[in-house]
Design a protein around this ligand. Structure first.
Ligand code: PRP
Ligand code: URA
Length: 212
């Protein structure tokens, strides 16, 4: 894959360690869910590096000082149902006041095209930084559709956060929405003929929610 400007792939021993356990077919729902949260927390640290901040005055036990805090009401996360739900707690561990919107999309198994079924976003979302959460960026169809929906509702400052991505999905999203910075914990090799990421981890929604 050619190097893309707006893509950050976390290359870190802690991430790689956790992803190895996440991929394993031996890892069951409880551990899988906890690992998704932990990896999301590590991604959040990276994705918040340039979060909008404001100056506040703080009284310490010794004196007053000024300090920068993340601007109130400035950030929303939007998990793509279902699997994105598994990432919300990982963001809230570091930033509990992030507002949460929800977008419902599923991939048609024949065409692999995303089908929209739900959209509920926080008031004033158009003025917030929005981080789309979806552990899997495969063909990129769902991410492109989710971001289209957000832009149609006026959002201008959007990022994508995923745990595992295929090069095909990263390229599709970067081409469709070059203004959207993409944060991924790991970049995998390719997609198979059914649109599954290889080596991947299988179906993230089923593994998170124990549906298969
Ligand atoms: C998975 C995943 C993404 C999408 C990625 O969801 O969570 O939303 O596939 O594939 P794409 O990049 O090719 O669009 P799925 O459609 O299986 O729905 P689910 O989360 O409800 O299981
Ligand atoms: N969705 C998943 O959950 N896994 C994949 O490998 C591709 C899409």
């Amino acid at each position: 894959m050619k190097k893309l400007k707006n893509v950050t792939v976390l290359d870190h021993p802690l991430i790689n360690h956790k992803i190895a356990i996440l991929r394993s077919v031996e890892t069951h729902t409880k551990d899988f869910r906890e690992l998704v949260e932990e990896i999301t927390t590590l991604l959040t640290y990276e994705a918040f590096k340039d979060a909008p901040t404001q100056e506040v005055e703080v009284q310490t036990p010794l004196e007053k000082c000024t300090q920068r805090m993340i601007a109130e009401n400035s950030i929303a996360v939007v998990p793509v149902l279902r699997a994105g739900l598994g990432m919300v707690a990982g963001v809230h561990t570091l930033f509990p006041t992030a507002k949460v919107g929800h977008i419902g999309l599923y991939r048609d198994e024949e065409t692999l095209r995303p089908q929209e079924y739900y959209c509920k976003l926080p008031d004033g979302i158009e003025n917030k930084r929005v981080i789309v959460l979806d552990p899997m960026l495969a063909t990129g169809g769902s991410a492109v559709a989710a971001i289209d929906m957000l832009k149609k509702r006026g959002c201008k400052d959007i990022r994508q956060m995923s745990i595992i991505a295929a090069p095909e999905g990263v390229e599709k999203l970067a081409t469709a929405h070059p203004d959207v910075h993409i944060f991924v914990a790991y970049l995998d090799r390719e997609l198979n003929e059914h649109g599954y990421i290889l080596p991947g981890l299988g179906d993230a929604g089923d593994r998170l929610f124990g549906t298969k």
